[in-house]
Design a protein around this ligand. Structure first.
Ligand SMILES: N[C@@H](CCC(=O)N[C@@H](CS)C(=O)NCC(=O)O)C(=O)O
Length: 81
């Protein structure tokens, strides 16, 4: 069973692309909604070095903060499809 976490924002199309892929693959994940204000996105900045979302965490596979929705979708397809 995968142990995935996703930092995301309500209404974010890039996040929706990732959650659609997670749903397609039948993967459960823990969702962390980030604040709309960039200056308050301290947690996501700590783990990924930037404030954009989505950011994926997959600690079981050494992924501590992957940004870029296209990279995340490609990663999920490669490891979980
Ligand atoms: N290229 C990024 C774009 C992500 C993006 O622009 N996300 C918005 C929310 S919809 C955001 O968090 N922007 C703030 C930022 O990039 O610092 C991706 O595809 O993941």
């Amino acid at each position: 069973m995968a142990n995935l976490e996703l930092y995301e924002l309500e209404g974010c199309p890039y996040c929706a692309k990732v959650t659609k892929k997670l749903d397609e693959l039948g993967l459960e994940y823990e969702s962390h909604m980030v604040p709309r204000s960039h200056s308050e996105r301290t947690e996501v900045e700590e783990i990924s070095g930037q404030t954009g979302v989505p950011v994926l965490v997959d600690e079981d596979n050494g992924i501590e903060g992957m940004a870029e929705s296209d990279d995340i979708v490609a990663y999920l397809e490669k490891h979980y499809a």
